[in-house]
Ligand binder design. Structure first.
Ligand code: G6P
Length: 435
């Protein structure tokens, strides 16, 4: 008799879902998923229907026997679930647009996961993820929450410190950085080992080993240009000189910190030229994607999905689930509680680093102290993240202001205060809990 293996995807109507379906289909011999439930909220019903129909066609084409359903009822979806994948966006792309445009109107970086935009997204998302995890405590207490919802590090930290649910945070940046380095070295990804240190969307590759040999030093030549590994973060001309002195390979998101003015000008230029904010660009990509998804002849993930920033997301998520389910002991780069892995950070904060994954969880591999060149930045972003989580859990406006003031991309208490008020007003449906 086949053993039951039930997965639920929260935010099932997302355009990324076909990517996950593809990952489930290609792994079925190792990870025998028997039941898949796509869950969404009423406002996402139409998208959910379109995505579910496409997912059904994909599964039918593969000839596999996976029971797939969609629902707006979270409780029934969570019941007896082994893995719950979260990929929702509270307030949708409209809210993302505000997260990007409000800081920009104060002449500050407007980005969905960093700066004041990332803060507002965290404040909308943390109460929702906590209510989902609390439901899991009742309905599937042994289930794993695999979180891709941004800001992934903070959202995972909230779950791990405020509920009893086992959770791992995911991001597609590390896997993209590894793949692109393998390509640069003309090596197979299996022959390469990259050691990551830092936080989500604030991480660096610290060491690179090829066939077990440390080749890190050879990678820093100031004429070596590296392209951004994600579609949504542009690269900065001339950054290779700085990277050569840093001797760490930064995530593309570090551009917002290292080249703040440049990135700010790019964002303003994008809006002024009519190309629009990233949210507006994604709205257009999504419109086309959903038209395609509706085509009855389509029964595979379309290549146009690669215009989104989340490429290789499915690979990251499904290979992680496989490692937990099969007790593989493989190494994945994940967002987990520090527990001593980075010596100079608290045990209970979430970091992004290499972890050994078994069915008992993801254990971070000790990486030592933070190099002095990144220590200050990591500490201030972590202080901002901790204060943001506290503000969301306590519903405290005072803490929210302190959080914003600790964000290195927000400048000045008066401006932080004004941004906070504007954010609360603009996102009143989701932020009015702040008192
Ligand atoms: C990157 C990030 C993801 C994020 C995505 C957004 O890849 O790592 O965390 O969700 O970009 O892409 P989008 O196409 O929505 O701008």
């Amino acid at each position: 008799m086949t053993q039951k293996l039930k997965l639920a995807i929260i935010g099932g109507g997302s355009s990324y879902t076909p990517e996950l379906i593809e990952g489930i289909i290609t792994r079925i011999n190792i990870l025998a998923v028997t039941e898949l439930v796509l869950v969404d909220i009423p406002v996402g019903q139409e998208k959910l229907n379109i995505v579910t129909d496409l997912a059904k066609r994909m599964i039918q084409k593969s000839g596999l026997n996976i029971n797939i359903a969609s629902t707006l009822d979270l409780d029934s979806a969570l019941s007896e679930c082994a893995f719950v994948i979260t990929q929702f966006r509270v307030g949708g792309l409209k809210a993302r647009g505000l997260d990007e445009m409000i800081p920009l109107s104060f002449n500050m970086i407007g980005q969905e996961t960093t700066g004041a935009g990332g803060f507002a997204k965290a404040m909308r998302t943390i109460p929702v993820i906590l209510s989902i995890a609390k439901k899991m405590e009742q309905l599937c207490p042994d289930g794993w929450l695999i979180n891709f919802t941004n800001p992934s590090g903070m959202v995972t930290e909230a779950v791990l410190n405020h509920t009893s649910i086992k959770s791992v945070g995911l991001c597609n940046v590390p896997i993209n950085m590894e793949m692109s380095l393998a390509e640069e070295l003309e090596a197979s990804p299996e022959d390469l080992y990259c050691e990551f240190i830092g936080l989500n969307h604030l991480s660096w590759i610290k060491k690179v080993y090829l066939h077990g040999k440390d080749i890190t030093e050879s990678l820093f030549n100031d004429s070596k240009k590296r392209e951004s590994v994600v579609a949504n973060v542009p690269e900065v001309e001339g950054a290779e000189k700085f990277v050569a002195s840093l001797k760490l390979i930064p995530s593309p998101y570090l551009n917002y910190f290292y080249y703040e003015n440049h990135m700010l000008e790019e964002e303003k230029e994008s809006v002024a030229s009519g190309k629009g904010s990233r949210a507006e660009q994604v709205m257009k990509i999504e419109e086309d994607l959903f038209k395609l998804y509706e085509t009855p002849e389509l029964s595979e993930k379309p290549s146009q999905l690669s215009e989104r920033g989340g490429s290789l997301y499915s690979e990251a998520a499904m290979s992680l689930i496989e490692s937990i389910h099969t007790n593989s002991g493989k190494i994945h780069v994940l967002n987990v509680l520090n527990n001593g892995a980075i010596k100079d950070l608290d045990d209970k904060v979430v970091i992004e680093t290499n972890c050994i994954v078994t069915s008992s969880g993801a254990r971070p591999i000790t990486t030592g102290p933070l190099p002095p060149s990144i220590k200050g930045l990591v500490h201030s972003v972590k202080a901002y993240e901790q204060l943001t989580i506290e503000a969301a859990v306590e519903g405290s406006k005072t803490k929210a202001l302190l959080a914003l003031m600790n964000n290195p991309l927000v400048h000045g208490a008066d401006i932080a205060q004004n941004i906070l008020e504007r954010m609360i007003e603009a996102h009143s449906e989701h932020l009015s809990y702040l008192k």
